[in-house]
Design a protein around this ligand. Structure first.
Ligand code: PAF
Length: 283
């Protein structure tokens, strides 16, 4: 028998349920997702229980963060399987799974736009992406008004962008990041890994090794620009078709760094076959 959490589909129902849960003084935690849940997502629902009494997971494939040529149509939609997984892992109290028209009704004409950490890197390749994310995340946060929301560090730039937005909009919500969950060979878990063929999957598993090698070289004193160049060459040699960026940045601002005098993060985006993969690591 299924012990899957209840699914609500409207903002009104979500607010009603959260209001009732809050009356006992419960802290509300929100984990925004696009579904196709894997162990990485389940680690978010597990970790947020350290900060919240009630866990709400939103499952919504957000059209505004996809460009017309991207994978919105083929993005996996597995709501019932996701609900089963959340039920089996036992932390989630409520799922919010709205239809597109619930969040973007006819005539919707607003966009939330962040600059700062939203400039460069992903934005250079996917200019539409962050305003789509910040628009939907602000709507989800305003709908649920959680005490805390948790995002995976796999989308590290996204995490910094959401933090900036929440601070700038004065929302009283703590934004927490959770470490990347990796497969046995170190590949960062992602719903898009499902697109990989067997051979592409092998190639993909080398990305994290290349990042580790780059970090070792920089720590051994190799100039950052040289380490980035040799890292990019290694990604292509591994069988990726292209590298959008492989770069070492300030971990808080994402500004380029020429030396390791600040906490740093190495970030990569590369495409294998038709699948674009992201990864990053603390340096
Ligand atoms: O990281 C994601 O899955 C999405 O970008 C998010 C934060 C759920 C917004 O649609």
């Amino acid at each position: 028998m299924s012990n899957a959490p209840q699914i609500v589909t409207t903002v009104a129902e979500l607010r009603h349920r959260i209001k009732a849960l809050r009356q006992d003084g419960a802290k509300i935690g929100l984990v925004p997702t696009m579904g196709a849940l894997h162990a990485g997502h389940l680690s978010l629902t597990r970790q947020i229980t350290n900060h919240a009494d009630v866990v709400v997971v939103s499952i919504f494939v957000n059209p505004t963060q996809f460009a017309p040529h991207e994978d919105f149509d083929r993005y996996p939609r597995t709501l019932m399987a996701d609900a089963e997984k959340l039920g089996a892992s036992g932390e989630t109290d409520l799922i919010f799974a709205p239809q597109v028209t619930e969040l973007y009704p006819n005539g919707f004409a607003t966009r939330v736009e962040v600059k700062g950490p939203a400039l460069g890197l992903e934005a250079d390749v996917r200019p539409h992406f962050f305003s789509g994310v910040t628009t939907v995340v602000s709507k989800l946060l305003i709908a649920a008004m959680p005490d805390v929301a948790m995002f995976g560090e796999k989308d590290y730039q996204q995490l910094l962008v959401v933090r900036r937005m929440v601070e700038d909009l004065g929302l009283n919500i703590r934004i927490l990041g959770a470490p990347i969950v990796r497969e046995r060979d170190g590949l960062a878990m992602s719903s898009r890994n499902a697109y990989l063929s067997e051979n592409e999957r092998k190639i993909a598993g080398q990305l994290n090794v290349i990042l580790q090698n780059l970090i070792a070289k920089v720590r051994d004193g190799m100039p950052i620009a040289d380490a980035e160049e040799s890292g990019k060459a290694a990604v292509l040699e591994a069988g990726f078709n292209s590298v959008d960026y492989l770069t070492l940045r300030d971990a808080e601002t994402l500004a380029p760094l020429s030396s390791l005098e600040r906490p740093a993060r190495v970030l990569v985006a590369a495409t294998v076959g038709s699948t674009r993969l992201l990864d990053n690591m603390a340096v």
